[in-house]
Design a protein around this ligand. Structure first.
Ligand SMILES: [Zn+2]
Length: 491
């Protein structure tokens, strides 16, 4: 039998010139990678040259480095509150409270270097120290509130272009960025009393009553003017995407929208319905996510209710794809009963195609059955390893990456919030290679291909083009890296 396979491979190699060469390059690179893998600098050089496919899990505002926010505030000479460091782009000149000063005035008073350092620490986790008495997760999540109106300023094109250049520089050819919540219709306040009804139906696990109420609210929300708002939002998104010429032969970008899991139920449902309705046919808006700290009291209280909302939406808009942050938790961060079901409800109830983080896998109830179901359903796991290390204190000894891999659940390697964490995509690959010595070059190559195979890109043509590009990039990388390495280091 083995002989037959060898013959097929031999004839295949004869009929496809370059295949044999590329296969042998890949296996030579596998052994070179094993030589390099104990040295971080060597790994940096290796992964900086290696094509990485796509980044499927990252947040727009948290991915942009603080320097970009500072540069934007400085060039606009925005207002800065010298006590809170809040930035305000009000151009009418009315912020005359004594705590508010113009950027350039404050910079002059403090000194350019010192002021820059203060702002860098304020707008990222730079130089974070546990001894300051703030937990790493609070330090991390608090940063997003500090961007304030700066986020809108960089939304004006320059942030997206920065993300694009940063991705290309790291040999990333596709990103799926979690951009923002959709700023369209809200339900009138008269509906607010229904928050209690939703919670009661959820407590009773009365799915029929829940879905009936979801349906009533959906019909009320999706009136003519709100539908127009959603259409206009998508038109603007497409216009901006084209104006910036984001997609080209080197790079493709798609968007996810998200709902905030820390809001009252009616508001969460409103954001979710707007998101699904907008994404149902659009080619740029390819998926829905849910963000904000999973361990927030409101997020914990309403977790099962949120999963039911997703279940309802998935039934109503069956073509819309969902990726969910689930199991971004650790022992002690929440009480034990909150560690047992988040991933399984995201997979089984909400129908998430991809799970973001999945760090607390081992704490799930009947975890082996869950892993089997994830395999059956072909669920993907978005690993954000450096983020888990920082926020949750994960280590290679307790992180489930290896379990997912062993169980053959497809993994994609992502950055989460490289700007806040001051990391990059190469760094994710490096740290994983250092911490998981059983992973081979072939595994990392597979992770890169997974990120295109399992992206939410709509349209076969775009996905095929990206896969072909990735294959070409790998052929080039495997040939040239080996050659250059041999020329320089003689191995
Ligand atoms: Zn995330």
């Amino acid at each position: 039998m083995k002989n037959v396979h060898s013959k097929i491979l031999f004839f295949l190699a004869l009929s496809i010139p370059g295949l044999l060469i590329s296969q042998s390059n890949a296996s030579r690179l596998d052994s070179l990678f094993n030589h390099l893998r104990t040295n971080e600098a060597a790994l940096r050089i290796f992964f900086s040259a290696m094509p990485k496919g796509g980044d499927l899990h990252h947040h727009y505002s948290g991915s942009i480095y603080a320097e970009k926010y500072i540069e934007t505030a400085k060039s606009a000479n925005a207002w800065i509150n010298e006590v809170t460091l809040e930035i305000n782009f009000d151009s009418s000149g009315t912020l005359m409270d004594k705590e508010w000063k113009k950027f350039l005035t404050l910079e002059k008073e403090i000194g350019e270097y010192a002021f820059q350092q203060i702002l860098l620490k304020h707008l990222s986790s730079k130089d974070y120290s546990r001894s300051d008495g703030i937990t790493s997760y609070d330090d991390f999540f608090e940063t997003f509130n500090r961007f304030g109106s700066s986020k809108n300023q960089i939304s004006n094109g320059s942030g997206l272009l920065w993300l694009k250049q940063n991705a290309i520089h790291q040999k990333v050819s596709y990103i799926e960025t979690m951009l923002e919540t959709i700023p369209c219709g809200k339900l009138p306040e008269v509906f607010n009393h229904l928050n209690d009804s939703l919670l009661i139906y959820q407590a009773l696990n009365d799915t029929t009553k829940l879905f009936n109420l979801f349906n009533t609210l959906k019909n009320s929300l999706l009136n003519k003017s709100n539908k127009l708002c959603l259409e206009n939002y998508l038109k603007e998104l497409e216009k901006e995407h084209k104006r910036l010429q984001i997609d080209d032969s080197l790079f493709t970008l798609r968007y996810q929208t998200y709902v905030l899991r820390t809001l009252p139920p009616i508001q969460v449902l409103t954001q979710m319905i707007n998101s699904f309705e907008a994404a149902k046919e659009d080619t740029l808006l390819v998926g829905i996510n849910m963000v904000a700290p999973e361990h927030h009291p409101m997020a914990l209280r309403d977790y099962r209710l949120h999963m039911r909302m997703f279940q309802y939406c998935a039934k109503t808009w069956p073509n819309v794809l969902v990726s969910l942050h689930a199991g971004e938790l650790s022992e002690g961060l929440v009480s034990p009963e909150n560690l047992h079901f988040h991933i399984q409800e995201a997979v089984d109830i909400a129908g998430a195609k991809r799970i973001g983080h999945g760090t607390a896998l081992a704490f799930e109830q009947d975890v082996l059955s869950l892993i089997e179901r994830m395999k059956d359903k072909k669920t993907i796991v978005e690993i954000n390893y450096l983020s888990n290390r920082f926020i949750l204190g994960s280590t290679h000894e307790n992180h489930p990456l290896y379990l997912y891999h062993k169980a053959k659940i497809p993994i994609v390697i992502c950055t989460d919030d490289a700007g806040v964490l001051r990391t990059d995509h190469n760094g994710e690959f490096i740290q994983i290679a250092l911490d998981f010595p059983s992973l081979t070059y072939t595994d990392f190559k597979e992770f890169a291909f997974n990120s295109i195979y399992h992206s939410f890109i709509k349209g076969v043509e775009v996905r095929t083009r990206l896969l072909q590009k990735l294959q070409r990039d790998f052929t080039y990388f495997e040939h040239h890296f080996l050659e250059q390495h041999r020329n320089i280091f003689g191995e």
